[in-house]
Design a protein around this ligand. Structure first.
Ligand SMILES: Cc1ncc(COP(=O)(O)O)c(C=O)c1O
Length: 359
């Protein structure tokens, strides 16, 4: 099974260019530019001695904090070394024979499914439909499937599945005895996360599994912490029985603290609301690219003219972007960029115009 190439590999690029990784402006990984919430950072530093003990193998404090944050039963939660571990362990425990994923979408679902021996079918999102999930998905899902995975907003398209349609899909899956896994790793960035999340359906739909990450919104990709929620407690028992002990380290186990940081959350919401619009408006003016209206903290665009690799050209300016050529159903004309702070977004738009118009 081949490794999937992701954004954010500044180590490889720095080595290739012979520069320090700090010199690279990384638009390839979609992380909140406000950085780690300051109170959490302080707590990590003050608690350095925690590495002298094993973390609580049950992660009670962390699970309690997640349960409180989402007003759900703690029995419905499992935690993982990033959302990635949750995705892999849920799929390993579900053992689906036949599964459906979007094309394009986050590459690790396919890997996890292949590892579990699942047949994988793709729901091809249409370019002419701006990569939206439409009602055709309902016609495609039938009893022959065991699992459908949706990513909301989807990576790399930054498109949402409309809430009404999601509920239809959930009910349709239940009727057909199909599990629905919703990856909400980026949902905190959308306009109205509480309206879009499927959390309210957890109690009544045992076929629903929600995966969440602290990685993106709280800028903690190096800490490795994510969690899964389902009211299918038998599945959770299998997940927890199957898991290696202590995959979450003592620092990641403290991450429940971030939920308390209301100021960080407000500032993050202010930043994403204004920068998503401004950056999109700025990029839309560039007639050599087509920009897809974003819902998350990243933007998909298509280069409309044939030219050499835009990623390579921008790297000469020490700007790293994500080529989408390795996503199923996309090709080398598609790129994904993170939304960063105003100054960097402006710098990016200027650099892009330079490489598109000055050569
Ligand atoms: C949609 C999606 N889900 C999950 C993940 C993995 O998140 P984590 O770093 O918490 O494992 C990513 C990482 O890029 C992602 O794009």
């Amino acid at each position: 099974m081949k490794k999937v190439k992701h954004g954010g590999n500044i180590y490889e690029i720095a080595e290739k260019l012979g520069i320090q990784k700090e010199e690279i402006i990384d638009f390839s990984a979609n992380i909140n530019p406000l950085g780690v919430p300051i109170n959490f950072k302080k707590a990590l530093i003050e608690n350095i001695d925690r590495i002298e003990n094993y973390p609580d193998p049950e992660y009670n404090g962390l699970i309690q904090a997640i349960a409180k944050e989402h007003h759900i039963n703690r029995e419905y939660i499992t935690v993982g070394n990033g959302a990635t571990e949750v995705i892999f362990s849920m799929i390993a425990s579900l053992k689906p024979k036949k599964s459906m994923i979007l094309a394009p979408t986050f590459g690790e679902y396919e890997r996890a499914l292949m590892r579990a021996g699942s047949q994988v079918e793709y729901f091809h999102l249409k370019e002419e439909n701006d990569f939206q999930v439409d009602d055709d998905i309902l016609k495609t899902i039938d009893e022959s499937f065991d699992l459908v995975i949706l990513c909301n907003p989807n990576n790399p398209t930054s498109q949402m599945v409309e809430n009404k349609r999601l509920i239809k899909i959930l009910k349709h899956c239940e009727k057909n005895h199909v599990h629905l896994m919703m990856d909400e790793a980026f949902i905190d960035f959308v306009d109205e996360p509480t309206k879009e999340t499927m959390l309210p359906y957890i109690m009544n739909y045992h076929n629903l599994i929600i995966v969440k990450a602290l990685t993106k919104f709280y800028a903690l990709p190096g800490l490795r912490i994510g969690y899964g929620i389902t009211s299918n407690v038998r599945l959770l028992e299998r997940v927890n029985d199957h898991k290696e002990p202590w995959t979450i380290n003592s620092y990641a186990a403290m991450a429940g603290m971030v939920f308390k940081d209301k100021i960080y959350r407000e500032k993050s919401r202010e930043w994403i609301t204004s920068e998503r619009k401004d950056f999109f408006d700025e990029l839309k003016k560039i007639n050599k690219i087509k920009v897809y209206k974003p819902n998350g903290n990243y933007i998909l665009f298509k280069l409309l003219e044939e030219r050499k690799d835009l990623r390579e050209v921008l790297l000469k300016k020490k700007i790293l972007i994500r080529s989408c050529s390795n996503y199923k159903n996309l090709d080398e004309s598609f790129y994904r960029i993170a939304i960063k702070d105003k100054g960097l977004n402006k710098l990016f738009a200027k650099a892009l115009k330079e490489v598109l118009y000055e050569s």
